[in-house]
Design a protein around this ligand. Structure first.
Ligand SMILES: Cc1ncc(C[n+]2csc(CCOP(=O)(O)OP(=O)(O)O)c2C)c(N)n1
Ligand SMILES: [Mg+2]
Length: 607
């Protein structure tokens, strides 16, 4: 079949299927986000315009970073079983992808990036936007994407696609390698026609593999659990990607194993489930962190174990036995853990069988259950505590209003004070309803990611919670959502600046400096701004008004933005596990020296 490289690529994308969450065959690619310019408009753009929009729709976006966040949100909402494509022009369109690619890389989420590239033939060099590396003629702007791509390829001849595309797909659908794939498409090559083998363009069904653990590694874990006095499971994002949350809840009920959750793992167990201790780590609950400090056998299930989870490697007892269950060897080998390489779901099923008849020691079950009950009550009290009329609410009070009005919502957040407070205080009712991006904690993910998450399931009640700082950093996909008729709710917490960093400044002995917007500056009219982008927007006076506005009927064809003023000093981000933030060894400020003394003492400590 004679087609251009651009046309063959689009036909190939539309022919890839996967078995979706409910076992039904669905297209793997949910659509293509596009911002056209030279480098992708003439050839790839022509091909996309010919595609069947029911099979491979193209969505016009407003910022390359934002559209890639939307694509990544879509993949996360589909638990990595589906993904989206992003196409950009050469130069700034391509480099604008770097932040989102890094986010997908950290969070192990699939996205196919198709930036345009300079001419393979070099005919018009230097072409507009060509960076012209002085020492290496093979380098283009797209090489920025190499360190944040799981697979990077530059297509300099059309027939390379026959090899490159199946390799790209293998990475996107592999649970261990999963992440961003970049195929840099030379502009002239996209337009070149060749004869393509018919079987290359034939429909193809992909399966996401679920590798079983090695028998010896599994046996070591089972033996350790059977001998444990105080075992603890830490559920990470891998539990959701393996579809293992219900099986893990059943295992916890069967054995009494207590389960703590990372940010990516939150929602694995509903709050009321037996064994549910809630959030762990720096943003963790008293219940989960108390269990983590005393646990003698810790089973980390599908988690990267970043510093927020391990309290910067100070949370777990020094002599605790740590098992790392993960599909990726990279994660299994961390923290000197005993590796259990394999899928979290297969492992949980194997444990349910191998631990038949076994339960955790009664004293530990009773102790962790008491901690959990205390915590759930304390969290409810904190959310529902009335805010005096003359006081600005903090994030937890706002979370309370959202929770009371929309308890079943799918929550989206990423940076600022919210992720910590949501991790600790949001009672997630079911798996898949909590999408806080805290691997890269990227300001600007919230609105764009929320668009992708709402697009993945139009029936979901998506509530994006975002600070004023993140909103101002990247809000252009609000206009895309309005243009596409995608509805979700945005709760914008305006504390006039980078509240959580202002508080971190205070905790490291510094005075507030260049973090809040400062008095005397005009207030930002977020309502007018959001309306100008096509959203419905209102300002609410307090938490009661927010709760009422959230409970009222809302627009079905565009986002609704509710703005509430909050207190920049009202964070409750203390109280979790320790976080290593290096404080200066010398300073003229006595408060910095005192903070350094505390820091040195913390470095010495282990529970
Ligand atoms: C892209 C990016 N730049 C900088 C940071 C560092 N940072 C983390 S939170 C934050 C402030 C966020 O402000 P806002 O969204 O208003 O939330 P608040 O802290 O007020 O809760 C900053 C600057 C980041 N996480 N991401
Ligand atoms: Mg703020």
């Amino acid at each position: 079949m004679r087609l251009t490289a651009g046309q063959a690529l689009v036909q190939w994308l539309a022919a890839q299927d996967v078995v979706g969450e409910d076992g039904v065959r669905v297209p793997f690619f949910g659509g293509v986000w596009a911002i056209f310019g030279h480098g992708n408009v003439a050839a790839l753009g022509e091909a996309l315009a010919q595609a069947d929009p029911a099979r491979l729709p193209t969505y016009r976006a407003h910022s390359e970073q934002g559209m890639a966040h939307a694509a990544i949100g879509f993949a996360r909402a589909h638990a990595r079983r589906r993904a989206m494509v992003c196409t950009t022009s050469i130069g700034p369109g391509a480099t604008n992808l770097v932040t989102a690619a890094a986010l997908a890389h950290v969070n192990r989420l699939p996205v196919l990036l198709l930036p345009g590239d300079v001419y393979a033939s070099r005919r018009p060099d230097p072409v507009l936007q060509q960076i012209e590396h002085f020492a290496d003629a093979t380098v283009s702007a797209n090489d920025c994407l190499r360190p944040v791509s799981r697979l990077f390829d530059r297509i300099t001849r059309p027939e390379q696609l026959i090899d490159a595309l199946p390799r790209a797909m293998a990475v996107l659908t592999d649970p261990a390698a999963c992440g961003p794939v970049t195929l840099a498409l030379c502009q002239d090559v996209q337009a070149e026609a060749i004869d393509w083998p018919a079987d290359f363009l034939a429909p193809r069904l992909w399966h996401i593999r679920r590798p079983a653990p090695d028998a010896r590694e599994l046996a070591a874990l089972v033996a350790a659990l059977r001998g444990a006095q105080r075992p603890l499971v830490i559920a990470g994002g891998g539990v959701h990607y393996a579809g293992a949350a219900p099986a893990l809840a059943a295992l916890a009920a069967q054995t009494g194993l207590p389960v703590a959750e990372t940010q990516a793992g939150k929602g694995a167990l509903p709050d009321a489930a037996p064994g549910a201790l809630g959030a762990i780590g720096v943003t963790g609950t008293d219940a989960a962190n108390a269990a983590a400090r005393q646990a003698d056998v810790i089973v980390a299930l599908g988690t990267r174990l970043q510093d927020f989870t391990t309290g910067s490697r100070r949370l777990f007892a020094a002599d605790a036995q740590l098992f790392q269950v993960n599909v990726a060897l990279h994660d299994c080998a961390k923290h000197g853990a005993q590796p259990v390489l394999g899928d979290a779901g297969v492992l949980v099923a194997a444990l349910a069988h191998a631990l038949d008849g076994w339960t955790v020691p009664a004293a530990w079950a009773q102790q962790t259950g008491a901690w959990a009950a205390q915590w759930h009550q304390a969290a409810k009290d904190a959310r529902d505590r009335p805010v005096p009329a003359d006081v600005l609410p903090d994030d937890v009070a706002v979370i309370g209003a959202v929770q009371r009005a929309r308890p079943d919502a799918t929550i989206v957040a990423a940076a600022g004070g919210l992720p910590g407070d949501l991790h600790r205080f949001w009672p997630c009712p079911a798996p898949g309803r909590y999408h806080v991006e805290y691997g890269f904690s990227c300001m600007g993910f919230e609105l764009a990611g929320g668009l992708g998450i709402a697009l993945a399931d139009r029936a979901a009640d998506v509530v994006v919670m975002v600070g004023d700082g993140s909103y101002l950093m990247l809000n252009s996909e609000l206009a895309s959502a309005a243009a596409l008729g995608v509805a979700f709710t945005v709760v914008l917490l305006d504390n006039r600046g980078f509240g959580c960093i202002h508080r971190l400044q205070g905790r490291t002995g510094n005075a507030s400096f260049a973090t809040l917007r400062g008095d005397g500056l005009p207030a930002i009219d977020f309502v007018a701004h959001a309306r100008a982008l096509g959203a419905v927007a209102h300002k609410v006076a307090d938490c009661a008004a927010l709760e009422a506005a959230l409970a009222a009927p809302r627009a079905a064809d565009r986002p609704t933005v509710l703005v509430i003023e909050t207190d920049p000093d009202g964070g409750r981000d203390l109280g979790g596990a320790w976080w290593d933030v290096a404080v200066p060894e010398i300073s003229t400020r006595a408060a910095v020296m005192a903070a350094r003394a505390d820091y040195d003492a913390a470095l010495e400590q282990r529970p």
